[in-house]
Design a protein around this ligand. Structure first.
Ligand code: 3EB
Length: 320
């Protein structure tokens, strides 16, 4: 665990709850990929669309002041005393090369600024299932990411929690939160670690951890990666959003147990649906299976395996 607690919190807020006195990142839904700076906040538009009636947005914030703000071509970043928030937006005509460039640029900034540990990374790209040569674009993305990270010899234990989702826009959007001290990578005993998947899913395995456990000034937080209906390395319950959601809840539960922290509960969850029409059925499963329903954000997104319909991520905390 980090020696010092990390001053990071995350939440879902509506427009009137936004607070200008904090710094961090705010994730906006709707619109094409873009990043703007609003005081100490990087406002990131990954190109995803909300399926919620009440528009809420995800914020990852710190009470620390912004010390460095940079906007330089595809890269935007903001640095505080103990955290680095960075985003990279680029065209995605050549996904493999562009992803490799994005990761090289982001991770070299992390290293040179003294924040070598990525705690959480999000990746969005358009047309995630279309094929170029023998690979689909998610696989090309995995190869580009792996090339950049292999060059840095990133240890398995330093893999960040991550998301990789397809959008209806074009472009690659990668954003991350990095720290001076590492979090603890948590793997799910019900699933093979993604970085050990057999090559049939991608010639280079996906480089991410199932979750990152961090210690913050308000207790332990488990930053949970996009979690799908995968057991071992196989997709299960093909075509059935209800059973996929039930499997995801088993995965989330196993992850929570594997973290070794007692009394963790979801502070909020983001649900990606391939098909907006599945929402009511998926919501019913969450209502039935979770002891109390946390704030939910519904997003239309393509899970990176074509046979999967639902993916859920979020943050579990000891205070709720
Ligand atoms: C999976 O478990 C589902 O490539 O960064 C989830 C989260 C998934 C992150 C990534 C992929 C990624 O394999 C897909």
């Amino acid at each position: 665990m980090p020696a010092m607690p990390i001053a990071l919190t995350s939440r879902l807020v509506t427009a009137d709850q936004r607070d200008q006195t904090v710094s961090g990142i705010r994730i906006l839904t709707g619109g094409a990929p873009d990043v703007t700076i609003d005081a100490g906040i990087l406002q990131i538009t990954p190109g995803i669309a909300s399926l919620s009636e009440v528009e809420s947005c995800e914020e990852w914030i710190t009470t620390e002041e912004p010390r460095v703000l940079v906007k330089d071509g595809p890269l935007t970043l903001m640095q505080t005393e103990s955290l680095l928030f960075a985003a990279y937006v680029s065209p995605d005509a050549d996904v493999l090369t562009r992803t490799e460039m994005a990761y090289q640029r982001l991770f070299s900034q992390m290293a040179s600024r003294g924040f070598p540990h990525a705690l959480r990374v999000w990746n969005y790209l358009g047309q995630i299932h279309s094929r170029s040569a023998e690979h689909d674009r998610y696989q090309a993305f995995c190869v580009g990411r792996a090339r950049a990270l292999n060059a840095l010899s990133l240890a398995d234990t330093d893999m960040p929690a991550a998301t990789a989702i397809g959008t209806l826009h074009s472009g690659i959007v990668v954003y991350l939160i990095a720290a001076r001290e590492p979090g603890v990578g948590i793997e799910n005993p019900r699933q093979i670690s993604a970085y050990r998947y057999p090559p049939r899913y991608s010639p280079e395995s996906p480089a991410f951890a199932r979750a990152t456990l961090i210690k913050t000034d308000s207790g332990s937080q488990l930053l949970v990666s996009g979690t799908a209906s995968i057991v071992g390395h196989e997709s299960v319950h093909l075509g059935d959003p209800v059973q996929q959601t039930q499997e995801i809840i088993r995965n989330l539960h196993a992850l929570k147990t594997a973290s070794g922290v007692r009394d963790l509960e979801p502070a909020w969850l983001r649900v990606y649906l391939r098909d907006a029409l599945d929402r009511n059925r998926v919501q019913k499963v969450l209502e039935e299976e979770l002891p109390s329903l946390p704030p939910l954000q519904w997003i239309r997104g393509d899970v990176c395996r074509e046979d999967l319909l639902v993916e859920i991520e979020g943050v579990f905390t000891t205070q709720f």
